[in-house]
Design a protein around this ligand. Structure first.
Ligand code: PMP
Length: 408
């Protein structure tokens, strides 16, 4: 069967040639930000050298070319997510802004006292705090789906918590802190049976598995460019057309209007432009399109199979380290390995292993409620991408063993 050609994949990433503290870089912080292939980097050079111009407004060649490339990415994203129409794709600054858009537009228009929004203990702060801020203003209630000791969402509790007051279920597809993959398709069905909508934070799913928003039956889906081999500063909100159409504008400004007047009410552009006020991150959007094409050229199935192998290899490797506990043992898990070690602080491990050229993440991973469930304040997290190799994982495991011995 087909295998990912990792040597070939790695040749696309100039940064993987660099050294850190005199050692070859082993980059295992992909869940925070993953690296960009040269094809994506080249988009910026090409854009600023040849067709840098504002979109949708010019009647000149450069503006036309920039607009075509920008709108071309909308179609690429539509296909990537399996959405029905490209007008269901809104460009944002990232997942965080996409969630704030749903909260600020849909939430503000539809939520009030007596209503309930269901989130989960697995959420990133970006899918907690916007709801807390809005609940403080509008007086609705936030309810939290608990997780079990494996870091798996308690589906029985979900069934008990959802009810006729539930307006929205907002959960992630894959947990950034543990790697748990949530059954969002089934969760969507249950939400809809109760007349609620479901919004999925797909920041950690988009780089790792094929996504089909129509097959999943989700209403909103968000992800970030910089976690899917693209640039920072750009992300996506998918929303079903009829929902986006009914939602009020969120930010006001240029590009999102039809007519502006002091005498009659200002009118707004059609979707998706209604939600894209001001000049967007044009080069970044075009580069995101190239990143998704790059992923498609390799194939998400191959990437997923490769990363599963890396995760198994890493999980077996760290098992040899005494006093190490892996957090997140869901049978359905993406390429994230979160752990704590008796007698060694996560921060110290992170600092020392960096000296060996290995980049991992330490801290609360913007998921403090989840970590407190496990009784810890910080974990170490290694997270994998298509360009990582079993040999790099061996370097990481061996280095971790040395670092832990030093610290104890
Ligand atoms: N949700 C999840 C699950 C994430 O992993 C992240 C990024 N760590 C975010 C949301 C926020 O993404 P961004 O910072 O790109 O807006």
């Amino acid at each position: 069967d087909l295998q990912l050609d990792v040597a070939r994949v790695r040749r696309d990433f100039p940064i993987l040639d660099r050294e850190v503290h005199g050692k070859p870089l082993v980059y295992l912080d992909n869940a925070a930000t993953c690296q960009t292939p040269r094809q994506v980097i080249e988009v910026f050079d090409d854009y600023y050298r040849r067709y840098n111009a504002n979109i949708h407004r010019g009647l000149h060649t450069l503006a036309d070319e920039a607009t075509a490339a920008f709108e071309g990415t909308r179609e690429t994203v539509r296909a990537y997510l399996g959405a029905a129409e490209s007008r269901e794709i809104v460009f944002t600054r990232g997942t965080t802004e996409a969630i704030n858009l749903v909260a600020g537009s849909w939430g503000r228009a539809n939520l009030g006292p007596g209503d309930e929004v269901l989130i989960s203990r697995l959420e990133h702060h970006s899918n907690i705090v916007p709801w807390q801020l809005l609940a403080g203003e509008l007086g609705f209630t936030i309810k939290v789906i608990p997780v079990d000791e494996r870091g798996v969402l308690d589906q029985t509790a979900y069934r008990d918590l959802i009810g006729e007051r539930t307006r929205l279920v907002a959960v992630n597809h894959v947990s950034n802190a543990l790697g748990t993959i949530n059954p969002v398709g089934e969760m969507a069905s249950l939400a809809h049976e109760h007349g609620a909508l479901i919004m999925v934070d797909g920041a950690q799913a988009a780089p790792h598995q094929p996504i089909d928003v129509q097959a999943l039956g989700v209403d909103f889906y968000a992800f970030s460019g910089h976690k899917v081999y693209g640039p920072t500063g750009v992300g996506v909100l998918y929303g079903r057309a009829e929902l986006l159409e009914a939602m009020p504008p969120w930010q006001g400004g240029g590009e999102m209007i039809k007519t502006v007047s002091f005498e009659t009410p200002t009118t707004f552009a059609d979707i998706p432009h209604k939600f894209e006020a001001g000049t967007p991150a044009i080069a970044e959007v075009i580069a995101l399109g190239r990143a998704l094409e790059w992923v498609n050229e390799i194939g998400l199935e191959l990437i997923q199979a490769w990363e599963t192998r890396l995760l198994e290899h890493a999980t077996e490797g760290v098992a040899s380290i005494e006093g190490l506990r892996v957090l997140g043992t869901s049978p359905d898990k993406a390429a994230v390995l979160s752990f704590v070690v008796d007698g060694a602080h996560a921060q110290d491990i992170g600092l020392l292993i960096d000296q060996l050229g290995v980049a991992i993440r330490t801290g609360h991973h913007c998921a403090q409620p989840l970590l407190s469930h496990f009784g810890v304040e910080a974990t170490c997290r290694a997270s994998f991408a298509a360009y990582n190799t079993p040999e790099e994982i061996d370097v990481f495991v061996e280095g971790l063993g040395r670092v832990v011995n030093m610290l104890r």
